[in-house]
Write a new protein. Sequence first.
Length: 285
Amino acid sequence: MPYSMTGFGYTVKSYDEYQIEVRIKSLNNKGIDISVKGPRDILFFIDLDIRNTVKSIFERGSFQIYLNIKYYQPKILLNIDNLKKALESVNMMMDQLGLKPTDDKKYEISSALASEYEEETVDETMKSRIVQAVKEACLSLKEERKKEGEKLIKDIEGRLEIIENNLSIVEKEKDEIIQKAKQRITEKVKELFGEEYSERAFIEATLLADKMDITEEIVRLRSHLQRFRELIRQNKPVGRKMDFLCQEMHREINTMGNKMPDFSPYTVEMKAQLEKIRQQVQNIE
C-alpha cells in the first residue's frame, strides 16, 4: 500500500560519553528536499552521510532533521600542547607591548588562540552511531507515513466507489438519452419543414447521436479507475502515477459532461470526488 509523505520520527541512543537524539519531520514535495540542523562542528563531517541515509529510505518528501548531541561530562576541546604554545605566544606579545594582564586574562586569550589550532573531527565510532540513529528515526518516520497512507487510501477508495457508481448510472441511461435526443431533433425538423424532410431529419438525428456518444469516454474512464486501484495495491512510490491518472480521468469526465449535458448532475459529482482524490494524492509518496 502506498505511503503518505507526512509524518514524524524520533529516536534517542545513549552511550557512555554522550546521548544522540534525532528528530525528523516530513511533508509533501514533488521531489526530495532535506534540511539538517545540529552542531555545526559535527555536521561538517557527517551532513552528507545523513542525507544519503534519508535518500536510501525515501524517494519523495520534504525532510527536516534535527540532531542533538548531549555530553554527560564536559568535553575537553583544547589540546594541552596547543594551549602551552598559545600561552608562549601571548606572553611574548604582552612583553613587546609592555602589558601585564592577569593570569585569567592570559588564559582567556590563549584558549581562544589555541582553539584555532584544533582540528575538529568526528571519530568513526561517533559517526557510525549518528548514522544509525538517523536510520532508526527514518524507519520510525516510515512507519508513521505507512499508517497515514492507509488512512488516505481508505478515503480515496470510498471516493472511487462514488465515481464508479455514478459512471454506472451514466452508462445505463446513455442510450435512452440519445434516443430521446434523436426523437426530438427528428420531430423538430418535420415540424419546420414537413414530412418530405424525414430523410434529412434522420441524417441530422444520426449526426447528433454520433456527437453525443460517450462510449469511448466510459471505456477509458473505467480503464483509468481499474489502473488506479492496481496502484493502490502496490507497495512502492506511486504518487506521480496517481496524479497523472487523476488528470486523465478529469479529461474523460469533462468530455462526457460536454457531450451529454443531461448527465451534468453525475459528471459534476464525479469531478467533485475526483478533486478530493487529487488533493489526497498530493500527500502520497
